[in-house]
Design a binder for this molecule. Sequence first.
Ligand SMILES: [Zn+2]
Length: 295
Amino acid sequence: MPNATRALWSASLGRVVAREPFGNLERLADGVWALVSTPLNGDNTTVSNGGIIAGKNAVLAIEGLNRPAGAQWLAGKAKELTGRWPTHIALTHYHSDHANGVAGYLTESDHPVVRATARTRDLVIERNKPEDASRAAAVRESVLITATEATTLDLGGRSVHVVPRLGHTESDISLELDEPSIVFAGDLFWNAMFPNFVDAIPTKLATSVRALRRSRDTLYVPGHGPLGHVAEYDRYVAMLDEVERAARAGLAAGTPPADLGAKFSLPTSLGEWTLFNKVFYQRAFEAWYRELKPA
Ligand SMILES: [Zn+2]
């Protein structure tokens, strides 16, 4: 990792309450914690970010995380910090690094309610590898999140807005708090890491990221990378715009996505963006071409 990126990653916005090889748990507010995963260190227990939101009557864990051991660890932290094992689990979208560990929340005595959109539930079962019976069983019983309008989950003195969105995949959700203003964005926001466009619908993504931005000071928990405020969020939006410009120019010039990806770099004015995988630029251009090419 370049030094500037390393510095950004280690500059926590919350108070770190637990540090593990796979990530840090940061306290954001009373009853609100974010797991900021650090998979570039080589430990893939969690991979995606996640979180815990506690109310008087219930505790929500955000994301199934990459492996059951990761979910089990987050549930254990919820118990330590709130006195309660998670009662609800929310999956922001189907990708394996956000969903594959979900069975780790279930124990002999604890059966938290898994909440996902119908599409997310189906895609976890249909696409995620390696297939796993306990994961499929856990998500098959999901309480469905409506994909047509925002709903509110009342945890007891703490309301979480569950907002259906799309663009990173065909079905994403964000989980949002009003006071203090905190947004768990799932993979609609990546901070200091270049996003995965494998399932992206880029024009929808562009619309969703603008809709997600709040006009007042807000703490954004990205799907990957460190926490961000509005400056980091806006840098991300500018980066997506840069990718769009390059894609449109590349398509107009007839450049294949692989060639465009190979020669692409982001302007230094946008700061450091770590690539999880070298093929991610190409994936971004492929996603744009899919949308822009006349059928
Ligand atoms: Zn994703």
